[in-house]
Each structure stands twice: as C-alpha cells, then as structure tokens.
Design a protein around this ligand. Sequence first.
Ligand code: ZN
Ligand code: ZN
Length: 173
Amino acid sequence: MLINLTDVLSCEEKVVKRTVETELKSFTADLGSFPLSEEKPLELTLTNLGDDKLLIEGSAEFRTVIPCDRCLADVEVRIPLSISREVDMKQTAEGRIEDLDETDFIIGYNLDTEKLVYGELLVNWPMKTLCREDCKGICRKCGKDLNEGPCGCDTVELDPRMAVIAEIFKNSN
Ligand SMILES: [Zn+2]
Ligand SMILES: [Zn+2]
C-alpha cells in the first residue's frame, strides 16, 4: 500500500497516525520462501521533524513457519517488528542509492508500506530456528528423527570411505 506523504509534509511538527494491513502473504529471501500472516497490523506514526525530515515509527507482528535447523520439522515463529526510520525527503532517489541508504520504501512523496515491512523482516528474520532447545536432529546415516528415539546406527563418525564399506557389509547380511 502506498501512503501519500504530502499531508504530513505540509507543515512542521505534524503527526499522522495510520493503521495499515499489509498485503504481504509470503517472505522470500536467500534462505527460501516462507508463508506470512499478519498477527498485528502495522501501526504507523509519521512525524514531520521539519527541514523536510520525516520520522517513520511503527510496530507490527507477523507469524511464519520455518523448518527446524536440525530436524526440519515446521516451527511456528512470531516476528515482532519495531520500526524507527528517519528519512530526508530532500534526498533524491539517486542520491539515496549513492549514499547506500536503504530507503527504497520512499517513492517520490509516497511511502510503500510493503517495502518498509519487507526491509524490517529482512533485518529481524531469525538466524537460527529450533523446534526445541535440545532438538536432537536427524541421523545423518539413516535419516531417522532422533527426537523419536535412537536409531541404532553407530554414532561414531566413520571415515566416509569406511562408511560405504560398512553399508555394503550391512546390506550383505
Ligand atoms: Zn528440531
Ligand atoms: Zn541412524
């Protein structure tokens, strides 16, 4: 959704509050694509700081499903966002790119709420996801979920070449 900023920028110290339901249904990054659902809509507060500077503050909360790093089970994760960004409206889009300023959510005199939220999700995305603190993961030999119990594999790490021989030996029994 695009929010026109001319109103808030019309006079100094003006504050505009908006509640926005974003249309983000999924999040795609280097790690893959994840479903998104909005737990709390984006509550935006836009403040004209004067001198063509705009303060964008907001909060929102999203829910997603991320596979456990160890056993790949689906884990429901909540991602709360707390946004605080100051934007210099005098800067042109080209100037921002040159400054490596990542305010791609400002398009002319509009605020693109999806882009704003997407950037915040990128920064707040969990680095590590576990279904539980002591997840035992999957056996690297037989693929069994070790949370359900031991698989009976030899847990001693074999030399990969030896592992192949061991596998042949096991199959011939
Ligand atoms: Zn797990
Ligand atoms: Zn196993």
